[in-house]
Write a protein that binds this ligand. Structure first.
Ligand SMILES: [Zn+2]
Length: 353
């Protein structure tokens, strides 16, 4: 793979102009972000790579230039989406994590044909249910109404494509105790029953409990994905046995043990995501050695629309997740790569679109 990509990029470096990056900016990067793009445009098969980012938190203030409450640069979501498009991202699912955030995700999705939204309350936010009447039922009906208002009248089925992200997070019990997480995760499955939408699931150190709840409710569910998966193969097999898919992002690819799991997953059960602005692949991660495409970046204080913001992940980086997952699985020929990308795309289409 090294040769294939490197040779192409070397050639293309001299043949193609770079729409965003200046030559100066790229002087110290391995390969420019145009590498992958140019490579894909020249496939003999004529097939283009295409990606769906199943998890991106685009309503995060960072895309409005706000970091920890301080404005650091101009809002740049449009540029971020433009870069995604140029890197073959065709669709992005904007993650909803609370009632308010789900509303923002839907509103954002309505502004761009490539965007879709999920609706749900994240396990770390489940204390919010306690502020509502009738053991949280009032919040469940508000979430359901939000979905219906969007989807029921839309000709194309509407922007809400999944219930999520919901699930369990035992790494962050300080935000929400276990009993509350368990109670309201299962309660939110009522939303699935009412809407017939698939699930976008969050799991951190809670695989067995998540599996138990999914298993006893599975006859009223419509499948879905366990996103940001970082568990063992045994845990992956639990979810696979119930028909669920496995979502991979930079946080799923940090260690050699993670990569062993990625190698073993069935190709027809894999989806990919960025979890932007989080979970970018770092130099210290085991995955880093498989990356072929890099992008010029600058600190948020030195914001430059031709560069990514250092430390802020974005959907264009899905190409890196793909390169790692494909590389770990030993895929290197153009044909293998295109076919694997298409497989992942089809997996995602089948469940969410
Ligand atoms: Zn998550």
């Amino acid at each position: 793979m090294n040769n294939l990509f490197t040779n192409w990029s070397y050639l293309i470096r001299f043949l193609r102009p770079r729409p965003y990056a200046s030559y100066k900016d790229l002087s110290n990067v391995k390969l420019s972000w145009t590498t992958f793009r140019s490579f894909t445009m020249t496939t003999n098969s004529g097939s283009l790579f295409k990606f769906i980012d199943i998890g991106s938190n685009l309503s995060d203030p960072m895309y409005r230039g706000i970091y920890n409450g301080t404005q650091k640069h101009e809002p740049d979501l449009e540029i971020v989406l433009q870069r995604a498009k140029e890197n073959h991202v065709e669709k992005i699912m904007v993650t909803g994590t609370s009632l308010e955030d789900s509303e923002s995700s839907i509103n954002l999705a309505k502004t761009n044909p490539m965007l879709y939204a999920t609706v749900g309350v994240h396990p770390t936010r489940c204390l919010e249910f306690e502020n509502y009447e009738n053991e949280g039922e009032q919040l469940i009906s508000t979430l359901l109404q939000l979905i219906r208002d969007e989807n029921d009248h839309a000709k194309d089925g509407g922007k809400v494509v999944a219930i999520g992200e919901i699930g369990l997070d035992y790494d962050r019990l300080n935000f929400c105790p276990k009993d509350i997480q368990l109670k309201y995760f299962e309660k939110q499955l009522d939303l699935v029953e009412s809407t017939k939408l698939p699930l976008f699931l969050h799991n951190r150190a809670a695989a067995n409990d998540l599996y138990d709840i999914l298993k006893r409710n599975n006859d009223r569910l419509y499948g879905g994905v366990v996103h940001s998966f970082d568990g063992t193969m045994e845990e992956a097999n639990l979810f696979l046995s119930l028909g669920f898919y496995i979502g991979l992002n930079g946080c799923s690819l940090k260690t050699e043990d993670n990569l062993k799991v990625v190698k073993e997953l069935p190709a027809d059960k894999i989806m990919i995501e960025t979890d932007a602005p989080w979970c970018e692949i770092k130099a210290t991660h085991a995955s880093n050695k498989f990356i072929k495409t890099t992008f010029p970046s600058k600190k948020k204080e030195k914001h430059d629309i031709s560069c990514h913001v250092k430390g802020r992940n974005e959907p264009a980086n899905i190409v890196q997740v793909f390169e790692v997952v494909a590389g770990v699985r030993g895929l290197s020929s153009e044909e293998e790569l295109v076919s694997f990308a298409n497989q992942i795309y089809e997996n995602t289409e089948k469940v969410f679109f």
